[in-house]
Design a protein around this ligand. Structure first.
Ligand SMILES: *[C@@H]1O[C@H](CO)[C@@H](O)[C@H](O)[C@H]1NC(C)=O
Ligand SMILES: *[C@@H]1O[C@H](CO)[C@@H](O)[C@H](O)[C@H]1NC(C)=O
Ligand SMILES: *[C@@H]1O[C@H](CO)[C@@H](O)[C@H](O)[C@H]1NC(C)=O
Ligand SMILES: *[C@@H]1O[C@H](CO)[C@@H](O)[C@H](O)[C@H]1NC(C)=O
Ligand SMILES: *[C@@H]1O[C@H](CO)[C@@H](O)[C@H](O)[C@H]1NC(C)=O
Length: 229
């Protein structure tokens, strides 16, 4: 059992003496469901692995959930803007889950189950809309939890290269996640294009460059540039 309480962290840290689990880590346990910005993106309600689809959130953002039993889920919806060509905005929806490990050097390792996937929409590319498997082991180099006077516990994660993830607010103190096991057979869904062709007319799967530009601009206006990575 993983119990990421203050005491457990202190005890775990003691023998290694490699990391100072200071007050910043101990405001609240990392277990729970966390979401950035407007909290529109939420794990557990983002992906439908069985048919490789997404429930499109109203806004971009990222969400992480960590359970007491050592499982994680990540949901990301973001736009990558392209400075040299402002109308070529790439949209990425990314979902994966698996097990996580709090390493005593202060990092978190996310090891996926192998059923993750992402959808990439790039109006300027030859293949403008596709879904691909996503099974990368991710390293979060650091994490800290602060208390925001208005929003309560606030989780700061840093990617492996030190890039901060947008601040995450605790939406639930428990992990909102899909069943913590492999939820699709990766090899069984080899022909993604036919699946996508079936679904392309739903309207939700594409956007006009103009609306994406507006969305990216408003994200920047909020000063949350790290949402657009
Ligand atoms: C995929 O499955 C979900 C959950 O069963 C369902 O709500 C959704 O409509 C399905 N989407 C497509 C495109 O078939
Ligand atoms: C930006 O757009 C240009 C022109 O379409 C393309 O060649 C380039 O690869 C894009 N850059 C990124 C980072 O996507
Ligand atoms: C911390 O440990 C992880 C897992 O072993 C490793 O990948 C990472 O590079 C380490 N970080 C530092 C700063 O040594
Ligand atoms: C996904 O990645 C994990 C961790 O590296 C690995 O154990 C697993 O075999 C991979 N699964 C697939 C389907 O590639
Ligand atoms: C994967 O395929 C096997 C064999 O066809 C089947 O028994 C299993 O239920 C499938 N798993 C999922 C998650 O669909």
């Amino acid at each position: 059992m993983f119990v990421y309480s203050l005491l457990a962290l202190a005890l775990a840290a003691a023998p290694a003496a490699a990391i100072d689990y200071n007050a910043a880590h101990n405001v609240t346990p990392i277990t729970g469901t966390w979401s950035s910005g407007s909290k529109a993106v939420l794990t557990g309600d983002f992906a439908n692995p069985a048919n490789l689809s997404f429930n499109y959130p109203k806004n971009t953002g990222v969400s992480y959930a960590f359970s007491d039993a050592g499982f994680y889920e990540v949901a990301r919806y973001r736009f990558n803007s392209n400075g040299s060509n402002p109308t070529c905005i790439t949209g990425v929806l990314n979902w994966h889950h698996g097990t996580f490990q709090l390493v005593d050097n202060g990092s978190i390792v996310l090891t996926p189950f192998g059923d993750g996937y992402q959808q990439i929409q790039d109006p300027c590319a030859a293949e403008s809309n596709f879904i691909e498997d996503y099974n990368k082991t991710e390293l979060l180099s650091q994490w800290q939890i602060f208390t925001d006077p208005v929003d309560g516990p606030k989780l700061h994660l840093f990617e492996s290269d030190g890039t901060p993830v947008a601040p995450l607010y605790q939406v639930y103190s428990t992990a909102n996640m899909l069943p913590t096991q492999k939820l699709r057979n990766v090899t069984a869904v080899a022909d993604v294009s036919s699946l996508l062709a079936l679904n392309t007319n739903t309207g939700a799967r594409s956007w006009t460059p103009a609306s994406a530009v507006a969305m990216v601009s408003s994200v920047f206006a909020l000063g949350a540039a790290s949402l657009v990575l």
